[in-house]
Design a protein. Sequence first.
Length: 209
Amino acid sequence: MAATTQRLRAAWGDAEGRRRDILASAERLLEESGYAALTMRAVASGAGVSSGTVYQYFGGKDDVFVALTARRLEQVQATLRDVEREIGIAAVLREILPQVTELWRKLGRSAPQWEAKVLASGRRSKGMATSASVYRETLRTLARTLHETAETCGQTLIDDPALPHWVWDALIGVADDLLLGGSRQGRVRAKRLIEFATEAIERSIVAPG
């Protein structure tokens, strides 16, 4: 633990580095033990700082949680904005699948808590509202990228507001299989699963004709 803490610790006065250390500690806790393990004391210990230092950056564990999910979703958005539309829908999905898989690896165990706190209706903190906005923007960016890619490739997508939600959930399902190795039990290689799944998603959202 001491070696890990030393490796993570940012230089004194490096506020951005200190914030990264805190988030890295929190992400490890979530990946290893889920949301219940995410305490400010545990986050501070993993980052090699005091609990008071963590509170200088985040108001509480929910704020840390929100920052982690937002950061991962923004990475997906960036890839979607930059990916070449000419490569086709299935290839676009393959471009973001590694990021979706890493998001699910790090935060998937805490998905029920995130959904309950961020996606559920009702009163939410400013941070939770921000995380919900980032999630909605991720789906909008996904929808926009898919439509632009389809148009570039001479295709038309099914006109349905559920489309980006279905695609996102399908990618999460593929990520879950890759992480748990379900398809490998049937002797299906990961590469083949990814190819089949992304091509199947493309077929499911392209309008016939």
